[in-house]
Design a protein around this ligand. Structure first.
Ligand SMILES: [Mn+2]
Length: 315
């Protein structure tokens, strides 16, 4: 299914005003309706390696899996599973690379993955990279950070206002590639035509308040390219202390296409119940095909024998 007619996408990334290199990585694919953003961590450029592995592996594997998946199976539950599985695979690859090479030791990355499909978006995340949704001029943070700060807010240790002044904004409690196992948080949300989605690294959200992000989106009419560049500029104007990366996805006014021809799919799923393999089906077919001529031959032989018997009797 090609969604590129239904979406407008822009990706923007910048090292910021302080850092010499950019450890954020992004991938976006309009045809698949997929965006992946990763914010790497680890010394000696290892963060770049970790985030690079995540954005290279996950879209490639999701593309393969979607191509092999019947259109009627493209539902939220399937997408949730797909994102969790692929995040787990990327986790293993990063983790193993970090175990093998001393210079990669301790590397990891945040992750936010969004996959749009028939009027839904499935969102997976690990760490403090975020997804926001702009709907009817209202900006809402969809993902909830896996960070020390968020835990402190949740437990009532500090207020949301005090959190804005906190120094530990970048301490994440979950990351991809740090442990042998990873717990990806995945949810499915309904979409509405006209929605705009923003994926961002903490280089935006730690530098620019939500109200200011909303104001920038409003000022640019949430046009993806323009809004993306304006958000990067806003982060840099506020100090640009970290790499800053944004992906903007606008759902154009038409609804996303429904999966095609479910009848065909139902027929397929009935023809191949889980416990019957293709070999089984073929063997049964071949058996039926060869049995009938043998039976016919037997009848002919019996008829001939009966005729011979009758002929010998009447003579
Ligand atoms: Mn960052």
């Amino acid at each position: 299914m090609d969604l590129s007619q239904n979406l407008e996408i822009a990706t923007c990334t910048d090292p910021g005003m302080v850092r010499s290199h950019n450890e954020d990585s992004i991938a976006a694919d309009g045809e698949m309706g997929l965006a992946v953003l990763a914010d790497g961590m680890g010394g000696y450029n290892a963060g770049e390696v970790a985030s690079g592995i995540a954005v290279a592996m996950i879209p490639a594997e999701i593309r393969k899996a979607l191509a092999a998946c019947p259109p009627g199976d493209l539902n939220g539950a399937r997408m949730e599973r797909l994102i969790s599985e692929q995040a787990a695979r990327a986790n293993s690859t990063i983790y193993e690379a970090a175990q093998k090479e001393a210079r990669y030791r301790g590397m990891g990355t945040t992750l936010v993955v969004a996959l749009w499909h028939d009027n839904h978006v499935t969102v997976g995340h690990i760490g403090d990279s975020r997804l926001y949704r702009l709907r009817d001029d209202k900006l809402e943070q969809v993902t909830r950070d896996h960070s020390l700060l968020q835990e402190q807010i949740d437990s009532g240790m500090i207020t949301r206002e005090a959190a804005k002044l906190s120094n530990n904004k970048n301490l994440v409690t979950r990351a991809l590639g740090i442990d042998a196992e990873v717990d990806t948080e995945v949810h499915v949300y309904e979409t509405k035509p006209g929605d705009t989605y923003l994926l961002c690294s903490d280089g935006l959200s730690a530098m620019v308040r939500d109200e200011e992000i909303a104001r920038v989106l409003e000022a640019t009419g949430a046009a993806p390219r323009e809004a993306g560049e304006a958000l990067i500029a806003a982060a840099n104007a506020a100090g640009g202390e970290d790499n800053v990366t944004v992906v903007l996805f606008e759902l154009l006014s038409e609804a996303l296409p429904e999966p095609e021809s479910t009848e065909v799919l139902d027929a397929t799923s009935q023809a191949e119940p889980d416990d019957v393999t293709v070999e089984d089906v073929r063997m049964h077919g071949a058996g039926k095909g060869s049995r009938w001529p043998a039976l016919l031959l037997l009848l002919v032989i019996l008829a001939v024998a009966a005729f011979v018997l009758w002929w010998s009797l009447v003579r």
